[in-house]
Design a protein around this ligand. Structure first.
Ligand code: HEC
Length: 240
């Protein structure tokens, strides 16, 4: 029994190690009630991601409703030129071109936050580093040999990998900012965080509704308890 347990533990620790490839996931600061962050995230998505990735599960109309924005505002500030309020977030790129350029089709990102998790996304988007052997010139700390280029190279600058030899194996342990970009690391973190916040929202838009509804439900339950208590007192007051 002991042996089985220790083997299991060993396996578990191995897989945790293999997942991260020597790099720990960074924690994203997710706050779905921060509608300004969500709006900035939506703008970044349209500017930097929509060229390749659609997010077909969501329409601009829905974003406007959830973020309490005017329809004209969302069309002017967020949606790409020519998009209609009832449009889904369609990408301009077609699968055929993508196949030709990247050897693979960039996936729809509607549910990516659910399948990968917010922390993974946050680490992934910050995890591109120079790798001359790749066609895109970059590799990624949590997605080895990824076919996606670093779309934030201007904002982030360029990073290089810090490789250490651990037990005879080269392991990527850290990333080092070699050439700073237009944004400071702090500003860049915020930008990526807003984007991840938006992707978490897109993964399950009803979360916003559920959270605000939760307050009413709690209020109702409290009211009900108070009324119930008063009623009980009333009914039992003569029984003694
Ligand atoms: C120039 C095209 C392009 C742009 C722009 C782009 N991507 Fe990608 N992305 C790709 C390709 C191609 C892949 C597939 C990579 C692979 O499978 O090797 C990918 C993969 C991904 C993945 C991994 C999906 C998985 O398999 O789990 C995520 C997450 C992602 N992109 C997020 C983003 C975000 C967020 C943005 C905007 C900041 C963005 N991408 C902008 C081309 C692009």
């Amino acid at each position: 029994m002991k042996r089985i347990l220790s083997t299991l533990l060993l396996l578990l620790s191995c897989s945790a190690y293999a997942n991260s490839g020597g790099i720990e996931l960074e924690e994203a600061d997710i706050n779905l009630s921060d509608t300004l962050s969500l709006e900035r995230g939506a703008q970044h998505y349209v500017t930097y991601c929509l060229g390749c990735h659609s997010a077909k599960q969501i329409r601009y109309k829905r974003i406007a409703l959830d973020l309490h924005l005017d329809e004209t505002e969302i069309l002017k500030n967020v949606a790409p030129i020519g998009a209609g309020i009832y449009d889904q977030m369609h990408s301009a790129m077609n699968g055929h071109d993508a196949e030709k350029w990247f050897g693979t089709t960039p996936p729809d990102l509607s549910l990516i936050a659910r399948s990968r998790g917010a922390d993974w996304l946050y680490t992934y988007l910050k995890g591109f580093y120079t790798d001359k052997s790749k066609p895109t010139g970059v590799n990624n700390s949590v997605f080895k040999d990824v076919a996606m280029p670093n779309v934030f190279w201007q904002q982030q600058g360029t990073q290089v990998a810090v490789i250490k030899n651990i037990d005879g194996q080269d392991v990527l342990t850290d990333l080092h900012l070699e050439q700073p970009g237009q944004l400071s690391p702090k500003e860049f973190d915020k930008m990526v965080n807003d984007l991840v916040n938006f992707l978490v929202y897109v993964g399950e838009p009803v979360q916003l509704e559920r959270q605000s509804m939760g307050k009413y439900v709690l209020f109702f339950i409290l009211m009900f308890i108070a009324v119930g208590y008063l009623l009980k007192k009333e009914y039992w007051k003569d029984v003694h």
